[in-house]
Structures are given as structure tokens and as C-alpha cells.
Design a protein around this ligand. Structure first.
Ligand SMILES: *[C@@H]1O[C@H](CO)[C@@H](O)[C@H](O)[C@H]1NC(C)=O
Ligand SMILES: *[C@@H]1O[C@H](CO)[C@@H](O)[C@H](O)[C@H]1NC(C)=O
Ligand SMILES: *[C@@H]1O[C@H](CO)[C@@H](O)[C@H](O)[C@H]1NC(C)=O
Ligand SMILES: *[C@@H]1O[C@H](CO)[C@@H](O)[C@H](O)[C@H]1NC(C)=O
Length: 374
């Protein structure tokens, strides 16, 4: 739906003299694995400073202090300071949804600290990494589009998307809609900036990762865009609905998470061809579109903790004794077995409906069996 071209008013150029540049390349070649992914704009999701006032008062210095921003992202931060809070919120929404979608999986999208956020596992170009990039890019489109509609940003307002052709003639178009067009463009500019600034050699692993990340960021944004729909409200004498006003509405983010989870399950395995382009490993399958997820590495072993891959392992995870799925103790604990505990859980109970209209409950403690992976 209505994906625009990149607009140049978000564009900026980063100037670097060539000597500096050559040094940077050497430095990067050595430290690529260790340093480059060590922190990311995702850390905005963990940053408690993200209140609008902080940007107005702290202005320029704050953008420089935010950890995890690339040079280009810092520039965008300075130009669009009021957007930063929503980028942080978008990342947070994405991370929360990732944790919900993967709550029953060995890799559960857990965050490890405030700067690297997901830890070293993101250095592997796996399906899980693909999902994480896509859902956080999607979260930013969602948050910025909504913020425009709410009037929270100085440079955008309600959606000005064209009236859909199939909207009945007597329905009004022009309720204040989510500004998907702006949200898409801004988040593409901001989120992709990091990848576009990377230096890499043609045919290198780093180049494959840049293509992969950009592809999955786009897939995340398009998923939000594909699920946006027209929403309408009735007017007219006492609910007669003789008049309708309609606008563009983003889908509930859970739907975006569900859709991306399906794309995760059918993600395409890719490799570099001799000309330095990413192609599908199994050429019999349809080529992935820019709505699909792609990955270039096999997933690490998420069963045992491993410092070099960043896997946390499943020791200590709760599992379900009777389930045969991924959340079942057999699969979750990778055959290592489990311990059984009695745990107290607090529940709402003895709920009563009161006229009118609320429900009042008490809190009861109950003892349940819990199973925890060895
Ligand atoms: C991350 O930041 C939050 C908020 O400042 C803080 O409460 C938390 O302890 C930090 N966590 C780590 C692992 O540094
Ligand atoms: C950690 O993972 C690496 C890469 O897969 C593997 O070579 C190594 O043996 C693993 N280490 C442990 C302790 O499992
Ligand atoms: C996710 O997995 C990690 C590592 O096993 C664990 O520490 C964490 O509690 C898990 N999070 C949830 C919500 O289960
Ligand atoms: C465990 O799995 C079974 C079978 O899938 C399910 O019916 C049950 O609700 C699950 N229990 C918990 C505590 O999630």
C-alpha cells in the first residue's frame, strides 16, 4: 500500500576525509565482529531518558550521548529530536512482541543488557536475527505513524493518503488516519542508516549481512503497511449510520507479530553468489520478495549456553510437562531433564459483577507444579 520513493529531505551526507576513512576500514576489518554490532539503536528501547522534555532541554548534546546510534542516526536525532522517543517506543514494542511470539521457544528473544540489547546472537545471520530486525523496524513504523496522527511530532500530521477507489461514494474520507507514509519513510531513513554507513568488501560476509539486514528491515516495514486498513465510524441520527467517516488505520501490533512469525517459519535461506549478490540456496523455491524474511546462517545451538555464540541456553527455563510442542519439557530442555517445584501463584478469583459496570475480584494464592529445565 502506498509506498513512496525515498524523499531527499531526510537525506544527509556524512563527510569523512579519505585518510580517516582508510584507517577506519582497517580498524573495522579487525574489530568488525566484536565492535560493530556491540551496540545498536535498539538500546533506545532501554533508555530511560526518552521523554520529550529531555530533548528540548538537552538538545544537541543528548543525541551525541545516546549509545548505539551511528553517525547518520545521530544527525537524524539532531534534526528530528522529537522523533527519538517514538523510535525508542517502537523498538520497545517490537522487542516485547518478539518476546511474546517466542515465549515458548528455546531462543526467547531475551535482552541481555542495555547497550547490546540482544547480545552476541545477533552477530549470527540466523532466522532469529532476521525476525528481530524485521519486528523492530516494524515497531518504529508503527510508533512514528501513530505519533503523527496524535499530533506529537512537529513535522507530520494526520495521514494524507488518497481516498481508496472502492470506498462507497457517500462515505467520507478524511478522518485523521495513521500517517503510514511518513512513518514508513522516516523509519526507513533512520533504521537503515546504520547499514548504509557500513563499509565492506564486495563478496564479504559483512556485505551479505548488510543485504540481509536491509532486506529484513524492509520486510518488517512492509508487513505493517500490508496490514493497514480502512476504518470507518458511523454518524447520523441516533446511530442510523447514514453517514460514515473513514480513515487509514494501522493494524493491532499483535497482527504484525503473528504475520512476521509466519514469515519467520518460511524464511528463505540465502548465500552470496560469485558476483556478490544474495541468492537463494535452494533455487527451486520461489525467490523471496521484499515482504519475506531471509537469513544467511544456520541458527546456533540454543540448548546450551555458549559465550562465543551468545546463546543463553535453556537451563532454568520453565517448561510444560504435558505439552509435546516446543514448550514441552522434552524439547525445551533438549533431553537434559527437568526439576519439579511447587510454586505459589497469585490469581484473580471469586469475581463478582457489579451493576453497572465493573467486575470485582479477590486475589487468591494457589500452589502449582512448575517444571524447570536442568
Ligand atoms: C538498564 O537500564 C535500566 C534503566 O536505567 C536499569 O534499571 C537497569 O538496571 C539496566 N540494566 C542493566 C543490565 O544495566
Ligand atoms: C560454542 O559454539 C561454537 C560455535 O558454534 C562451537 O564451536 C563451540 O564448540 C561451542 N562451545 C561450547 C562450550 O559449546
Ligand atoms: C528467556 O530465556 C532466558 C535464558 O534461558 C531466561 O533467563 C529468561 O528468564 C527467559 N525469559 C522468559 C520471559 O521466559
Ligand atoms: C501445557 O500443555 C498442555 C497441552 O498442550 C496445555 O493444555 C496446558 O494448558 C499447558 N499448561 C500450561 C501451564 O501452560
Amino acid at each position: 500500500m502506498l509506498l513512496p520513493q525515498r524523499l531527499n529531505y531526510f537525506a544527509f551526507s556524512s563527510v569523512m576525509d579519505s585518510r580517516h576513512h582508510a584507517l577506519a576500514v582497517v580498524f573495522l576489518a579487525f574489530f568488525m565482529q566484536a565492535v560493530v554490532e556491540a551496540s545498536s539503536w535498539w538500546s533506545l528501547a532501554m533508555n530511560p531518558l526518552l521523554i520529550p522534555e529531555a530533548y528540548i532541554i538537552g538538545a544537541q548534546p543528548l543525541c551525541g550521548q545516546l549509545v548505539g546510534l551511528s553517525q547518520g542516526q545521530k544527525k537524524l536525532c539532531q534534526l528530528y529530536q522529537d522523533h527519538m522517543q517514538y523510535i525508542g517506543e517502537g523498538a520497545k514494542t517490537g522487542i516485547k512482541e518478539c518476546q511474546y511470539q517466542f515465549r515458548h521457544r528455546r531462543w526467547n528473544c531475551s535482552t541481555v543488557d542495555n547497550s547490546s540489547v540482544f547480545g552476541r546472537v545477533m552477530q549470527i545471520g540466523s532466522r532469529e536475527t532476521a525476525f528481530t530486525y524485521a519486528i523492530s523496524a516494524a515497531g518504529v513504523v508503527n510508533a512514528v505513524s501513530r505519533a503523527c496522527r496524535e499530533g506529537d511530532l512537529s513535522s507530520c500530521g494526520c495521514s494524507r493518503a488518497a481516498r481508496p477507489k472502492d470506498l462507497p461514494r457517500d462515505w467520507l474520507w478524511g478522518g485523521c488516519g495513521d500517517n503510514l507514509n511518513y512513518g514508513y519513510r522516516f523509519s526507513k531513513e533512520f533504521v537503515d542508516a546504520r547499514e548504509r554507513e557500513k563499509t565492506y568488501q564486495k563478496g564479504s560476509y559483512e556485505s551479505a549481512r548488510v543485504f540481509m539486514n536491509l532486506h529484513n528491515n524492509e520486510a518488517g516495514r512492509r508487513t505493517v503497511s500490508d496490514l493497514a486498513h480502512v476504518s470507518c465510524k458511523c454518524h447520523g441520527v441516533s446511530g442510523s449510520c447514514s453517514l460514515k467517516t473513514c480513515w487509514l488505520q494501522l493494524a493491532d501490533f499483535r497482527k504484525v507479530g503473528d504475520a512476521l512469525k509466519e514469515k519467520y517459519d518460511s524464511a528463505a535461506s540465502m548465500k552470496l553468489n560469485p558476483r556478490g549478490k544474495l541468492v537463494q540456496v535452494n533455487s527451486k523455491f520461489n525467490a523471496p520478495t521484499n515482504h519475506d524474511l531471509i537469513y544467511i546462517d544456520q541458527s546456533p545451538d540454543y540448548c546450551v549456553s555458549n559465550e562465543s555464540t551468545g546463546s543463553l541456553g535453556t537451563t532454568g527455563r520453565l517448561c510444560n510437562k504435558t505439552s509435546e510442542g516446543m514448550d514441552g519439557c522434552e524439547l525445551m530442555c533438549c533431553g537434559r531433564g527437568y526439576d519439579q517445584y511447587k510454586a505459589q501463584v497469585v490469581e484473580r478469583c471469586h469475581c463478582k459483577f457489579h451493576w453497572c459496570c465493573y467486575v470485582k475480584c479477590r486475589r487468591c494464592t494457589k500452589t502449582v507444579d512448575q517444571f524447570v529445565c536442568k
